[in-house]
Design a protein around this ligand. Structure first.
Ligand SMILES: [Cu+2]
Length: 160
């Protein structure tokens, strides 16, 4: 003999949506209503994750956002030795962050990040470049443990 299924526990978290559910069910039928509610719950979950990260970023130990760079994004620099200085809104782990130079043929070169204890918000490097278009692909590890990434494309022009 099969044992009876356990009684359904009322889910208090969704009491509000359950009322909505009943309301919608009368109008649109059960299947559609389930889909709509699942979608709402999913969206709410995503929103809460985004909100918690936003709250963290208000605190002292935020994830790293690039606030200034040399070369500038979409800027132009002269050929030769190019200093690379990326400034962030918070302290970063310079040792475990990454910078990669991507050439126009998509080939990649890892850049050496200089340890700079006096500027803990920066990723600093340097490279000799010939005229062309390049991208610096960065990955910064903030002290809150969050990794952020981005691309800074720029042009190197021949020296006048
Ligand atoms: Cu963060």
């Amino acid at each position: 003999m099969r044992s009876a299924p356990p009684p359904r526990q009322p889910d208090r978290r969704w009491a509000g949506t359950r009322k909505l559910h009943l309301l919608f069910r009368r109008r649109y039928g059960h299947v559609i209503t389930e889909k709509i509610l699942m979608s709402l719950r999913h969206r709410l979950g995503t929103f809460l994750v985004a909100a918690s990260c936003a709250l963290v970023s208000v605190g002292a130990s935020a994830h790293a956002i690039l606030v200034d760079s040399s070369p500038k994004a979409n800027g132009t620099v002269a050929a030769g030795h190019v200093d690379i200085v990326f400034k962030y809104n918070s302290k970063i782990d310079q040792h475990r962050s990454r910078m990669t130079l991507v050439k126009s043929d998509q080939s990649e070169t890892t850049l050496t990040i200089a340890a700079n204890g006096k500027q803990p918000n920066e990723l600093d490097s340097g490279v000799d470049l010939t005229p062309g278009t390049y991208t610096i692909r960065w990955q910064a590890l903030a002290l809150d443990g969050h990794i952020t990434r981005g691309d800074v494309p720029f042009t190197v022009a021949a020296k006048p």
